[in-house]
Design a protein. Structure first.
Lengths: 139, 622
């Protein structure tokens, strides 16, 4: 019916379309699975159910809350309305201090307890991650 | 005071010369037999005034002229001279001035060097480049003038962020910018050539040099940033899929694809649409990089003062440029089939086309991962981040066919081809799989995907290695670059698989011990320097083979601004790096210690250098 060239071209277009759809699907799927949401201590208190996904918690490190032993660092993140206990095993960034902003990544154990796998480094003393700023309500 | 004055008025002069150049180009374009000498003189003068302006900013930094706001915000009298100078481009205003400097320098070089090209083409390229240059002039003068006054004059500046006080980071921005801004010449030239309908193989061989220059600098610039992040940020890695890193990777991917297309265009006069679109994409992505990094949208070390006006300006400017280029593309570029010809599945053209599609896939993954969080924040104010697992999951499976293609593709001939010596290609493939399996046999997790990955990288490694010896290889540059790439992937894989890490908290005098390593925290002492105080910790580390090393990582507390940074102590050997970094947690006796053994670290850097050497050879080849 059709010439060989037309068939070939048709095949080619179909192939490209399939590839495009497949890659968009793959990307969206991977996004869905690997996105890390940011939440403030208050938002965590209001959660109706705990999910098992990795999340980020941000706020201020509460004064006099840091305690350390040979394999763990414990501290409290507060947004001045609610707070959450964090336990962390791993390397601590330079600007991790009490009464400074912090972002911790990890898993919720319950509404009051967070087990962190990473504490994010900030590079500038005056710099506050936008998420933290918003969580603190532009304090 | 006087420097700021000179600097500011030089900028105004530069802008005026830009407007003059428009006028001259218009006049010259109408009767274009010879290029008006005035054009070259004026574009030199424009460059000259920008360099005067840049030098006066450097002088302001050197003499610590705190009547200048930029100097006040980013310098300090106790800072070493080297970092006073590098502080010039370590901030928003200065780095934009550097952009402008490179923009004007490159167009001047272009005008002088492109003597063999037609006059119309040179003028038109100049015009498009001036659009970009004038945009940057206005941006600089209006929203981010580096020469603003401060009164009363303070006695002391605020200082430069200490983690930027580092030799690698001092030269990282200029090198990276040479790459970014080099793509502006490609952009202007491609628009000019499209308008004049002269996209052809002779144009390709002329613009190839510029593609190579900007590709080499971009590659080295990314490398420097990566090395810096490795030893200064104390995370012990070299790539974190941080948005700011991604933003430099995206133009690199587009530029690398463009480089391959240009080579095809030079030989075969096909893929013209690809070349045009990729040239536009590369420059647009470079601009986007500047926009995203400078506007404060991305959250990182590069984020300086957060000023919405700046972001808005760059955004509008970007849209104007994109609109202009898309308009030109659709108006002037007609792929009339004059150059179209058939090629078969087994040919070099097909493999380059496949390469393009793969690269575009990689590019879109990185683009989506970088932009999606911003997008989501704008439409739903949900804060999210996209981490390494996303990229690994999407990129790694596609890396395997990509590597195999890279091995086979260059062996194919143009138009139609049969693979020669199939037997040897297949046997090498089997050897690679066996070898990968032997390496990984004691390794339990993800053995399947790792074996396949390593064997495809090994395959490329062997094939390119053999090509060095087999024939008088004509394409030495390509072979070196591909060989470097296989080495890079191999080093990254081995580095990932065989790295080990210990993180613990220790007091002075304590010892950490596990089955393989014994870490003794011997002592600390204090050191006083001009611009920082430091605590030096002394460690003795013994591994299971009984080898001992002493390490002395530092914790520096800079006085201006008061910031603590960790200086890792790294013992580098050819085969592996030992990396230790300490940190102190407020008011506690414990030190947070992180010790890593990272094999093949050196090879990651070396292979990237090898890749760029491929580019350099190609540049000098006749």
């Amino acid at each position: 019916m059709y010439g060989r060239k037309v068939k070939l071209r048709f095949l080619f277009i179909v192939l490209i379309l399939i590839t495009l759809i497949l890659s968009v699907f793959l990307i969206l799927k991977a996004l869905e699975e690997n996105v890390v949401y940011f939440q403030s201590p208050t938002e965590i208190k209001l959660l109706s159910e705990l999910n098992k996904n990795k999340i980020r918690v941000g706020g201020m490190v509460k004064k006099n809350s840091i305690s350390i032993n040979s394999n763990e660092v414990n501290f409290i993140i507060t947004d001045y309305k609610n707070e959450i206990n964090v336990s962390y095993t791993g390397a601590v960034p330079n600007l991790f201090e009490e009464e400074k902003g912090v972002v911790a990544e990890g898993f919720l154990k319950d509404r009051n307890f967070f087990s962190a796998t990473k504490i994010l480094a900030k590079h500038d003393e005056n710099y506050m991650p936008p998420e933290v700023k918003e969580a603190l309500g532009e304090k | 005071m006087i420097y700021s004055l000179i600097g500011y008025y030089s900028l105004i002069f530069g802008l005026i010369f830009g407007l003059f150049l428009f006028y001259l180009s218009y006049k010259n374009f109408k009767n274009s037999i010879l290029l008006d000498n005035k054009i070259i003189v004026f574009s030199f003068l424009q460059f000259f005034f920008v360099i005067i302006s840049f030098l006066s900013l450097i002088f302001s930094f050197v003499v610590s002229d705190f009547s200048n706001v930029t100097v006040f915000n980013n310098s300090h009298t106790t800072k070493p001279l080297f970092y006073k100078i590098s502080g010039t481009w370590g901030n928003h205003e200065g780095s934009l001035l550097l952009w402008l400097l490179v923009l004007t320098l490159f167009i001047f070089i272009f005008l002088v060097r492109a003597k063999n090209q037609s006059v119309k083409y040179r003028i038109l390229t100049l015009v498009f480049q001036q659009v970009i240059i004038i945009g940057f002039f206005i941006f600089l003068i209006k929203t981010s003038n580096p020469f603003n006054y401060l009164f009363p004059i303070p006695n002391e500046g605020l200082g430069l962020n200490p983690i930027l006080q580092d030799p690698a980071l001092a030269i990282h921005p200029p090198i990276l910018y040479l790459g970014y801004v080099g793509s502006s010449i490609i952009f202007s030239s491609v628009l000019a050539a499209t308008t004049l309908k002269m996209i052809s193989s002779s144009w390709a061989s002329h613009i190839k040099k510029w593609v190579l220059i900007s590709w080499i600098f971009l590659t080295l610039g990314i490398l420097l940033g990566s090395i810096w992040a490795y030893y200064e940020l104390g995370w012990g890695g070299f790539w974190f899929w941080d948005p700011v890193e991604n933003v430099s990777l995206m133009p690199w991917l587009a530029l690398t694809t463009l480089l391959h297309c240009i080579l095809v265009l030079e030989k075969k006069s096909v893929l013209t649409s690809w070349v045009i679109i990729l040239s536009i994409a590369t420059f647009t992505l470079s601009m986007c990089g500047t926009f995203l990094v400078r506007s404060g949208i991305l959250n990182s070390v590069h984020t300086f003062a957060n000023d919405p006006e700046r972001g808005l300006f760059i955004l509008i400017f970007l849209f104007v440029l994109i609109f202009l280029s898309v308009f030109i593309f659709f108006l002037f570029h007609k792929d009339d089939g004059r150059n179209s010809y058939n090629f078969f599945w087994m040919s070099k053209e097909t493999s380059i086309l496949l390469n393009n599609w793969f690269m575009m896939y990689f590019l879109s993954v990185v683009l989506i991962g970088t932009v999606y969080p911003i997008f989501l924040d704008v439409i739903s104010s949900q804060k999210i981040s996209v981490g390494p697992p996303f990229y690994h999951k999407l990129l790694i499976p596609f890396l395997i066919p990509f590597l195999l293609m890279m091995a086979i593709g260059p062996k194919l001939k143009w138009i139609k081809s049969n693979l020669d010596d199939k037997l040897y290609l297949i046997s090498l493939f089997i050897i690679s799989i066996l070898l990968a399996f032997v390496i990984l046999k004691n390794f339990s997790q993800n053995i399947l995907i790792n074996t396949i990955l390593i064997s495809s990288a090994l395959y490329l490694f062997f094939i390119t290695l053999r090509d060095f010896f087999v024939k008088k290889y004509k394409k030495i540059s390509q072979n070196i670059a591909h060989f470097g790439f296989s080495l890079l992937i191999l080093s990254i894989l081995f580095n990932n698989l065989f790295s080990s890490e210990i993180i613990t908290n220790l007091k002075v005098g304590e010892t950490f011990e596990n089955s393989e390593t014994k870490i003794v925290f011997e002592s600390i002492n204090q050191k006083k320097e001009k611009n920082y105080n430091s605590i030096v910790a002394n460690f003795n580390i013994q591994n299971s083979k009984g080898e001992e090393d002493t390490f002395s990582p530092e914790l520096r507390i800079y006085n201006q601004p008061v910031i603590a940074t960790s200086e890792a102590d790294i013992k580098t050997t050819l085969m592996s790096d030992k990396f230790i970094v300490i940190n102190i947690v407020q008011n506690q006796d414990f030190f947070n210690v992180r010790y890593q053994v990272k094999p093949f670290m050196m090879w990651i850097w070396l292979s990237v250098i090898l890749i760029s050497i491929g580019g350099v050879i190609s540049f000098y080849k006749k």
